[in-house]
Design a protein around this ligand. Structure first.
Ligand code: AMP
Length: 221
């Protein structure tokens, strides 16, 4: 089963993707993670995307489609792919469909994670991730353990994203509404849209994601 997690920044896409990787052996393809890796590797592409990302704008379709193509061509598909943060534009959605068709694959579900805009600022401004294993923490709702060790891998280094600030979030939210939210209608029309309430506690959202993936009906079906 290949799926997309759709939702604004802070909706919980990365957190839920980790549950699916651990629980189902799926592979998470996050264009945000790939771009952060590219920027820290100091390549020409990394330098070009860093400024765009920090301001909260989208990088070009060409770059992200190229990154996804590389991963799919490398055959990293596990028991299914979770596209996290991709596609973000209609052009990316069309390119993904063509790319999957080329490989004899298809998308089975687009999971819309519904949240209120008001919670997003709090969610992104308090978050950090373990530099070693990527476990996600939040200052208020899931703080780093008091002994300073990651509860999953015991790592001691935690990163905060340069774009997790109120100003960049506003730009990212605008990019979401202008460029990405039309994908909800796009996948509805394709008959593969499902929706979950992303405002609930993390394990409850995980349970709902599990349910909508196992169920045969989609939104409007
Ligand atoms: P994310 O980790 O998904 O929140 O992405 C962080 C940043 O990377 C975004 O604000 C964009 O600047 C860039 N980015 C990630 N995925 C995409 C994409 N599919 N298309 C364009 N830009 C992207």
């Amino acid at each position: 089963m290949n799926i997309i997690l759709l939702g604004p920044p802070g909706a919980g896409k990365g957190t839920q993707a980790r549950f699916l990787v651990d629980g189902r052996g799926m592979v998470q393809l996050s264009t945000g993670d790939m771009l952060r890796e590219a920027r820290s590797s100091g390549t020409e592409m990394g330098r070009r995307v860093a400024e765009v990302m920090d301001k909260g704008h989208l990088v070009t379709d060409e770059i992200v489609i190229g990154l996804i193509r590389e991963k799919i061509e490398a055959g990293q598909v596990g028991s299914g792919i979770i596209f996290d943060g991709f596609p973000r534009t209609l052009a990316q959605a069309d390119a993904l469909e063509a790319l999957l068709a080329e490989k004899g694959m298809r998308l089975d579900r687009a999971v819309e994670m519904r949240v209120d805009d008001e919670v997003l600022v709090d969610r992104v401004s308090g978050r950090s991730t373990c530099a070693n294993c990527g476990e996600v923490y939040h200052d208020q709702t899931k703080p780093v353990p008091s002994d300073g060790h990651c509860s999953v891998c015991s790592g001691t280094k935690f990163n905060r994203r340069a774009d997790d600030n109120a100003e960049s979030l506003r730009t990212r939210l605008m990019a979401y509404y202008k460029q990405t939210s039309p994908l909800i209608g796009y996948y509805y029309a394709k008959g593969i849209l499902v929706a979950v309430d992303g405002l609930r506690e993390i394990p409850e959202v995980a349970e709902e994601v599990r349910r909508v993936l196992d169920r045969s009906e989609t939104v409007g079906a």
